[in-house]
Design a protein around this ligand. Sequence first.
Ligand code: ZN
Length: 221
Amino acid sequence: MTTLGDRPYRTSHEALTQVKNIFCVGRNYREHAAELGNDVPSKPMIFGKSTHALAPAQGEIRLPAGRENVHHELEIVLWMKGPWRPGASLAEAVGGIALGLDLTDRDAQSALKKAGQPWEFAKGFRGSAVITDFYPVTDWRALLETPFELRIGERVAQSGFAKDMIFPFETLVAYVHEHFGLDADDLLFTGTPAGVGPLHDGDELTLVFDGRVWGRCRVAR
Ligand code: ZN
């Protein structure tokens, strides 16, 4: 396996104290946009989470009380190692990648969408940015063809390939840099493939990259 280095670039626990900003992109896989009845966007749809949302994909992940329909969104997450410069390569700008869960209160999100209000309440709650350790990428081209998946118990709930992204990594990084700034120790969640669905108390989650288990955790309320 040559896509990734063996030793973590940063661990999920280091992220808790080192990460500065968290950016996410919505609807970046065509089949996922379709499953929620959304149009495919013509430019990246960016939102943010605070660093209080970070939670390692280990042990228990706690869902906040009073939220009945929290969905998993499995995503590749980039950890920036320096400022993005136009024309730079991903290898120069990104220190490592993780798998993450962009946890989403789907009922709240639907209500906010209908009301034309920001998504923060549905997307930015404590513990809503679950992350594994981050690994350095040695072959960005091979990464596009590498499968990643989320298992709930024995069932494969989500699986995807980065090659199916509507906006590729380079476009996302350049766009976020242009409009919001993007620098060392910022994270970028790059969107979820199809198969999102609700989490339940006691669910055993396994985050798998190319057949390797990167994260294992249990849902608790
Ligand atoms: Zn997402």
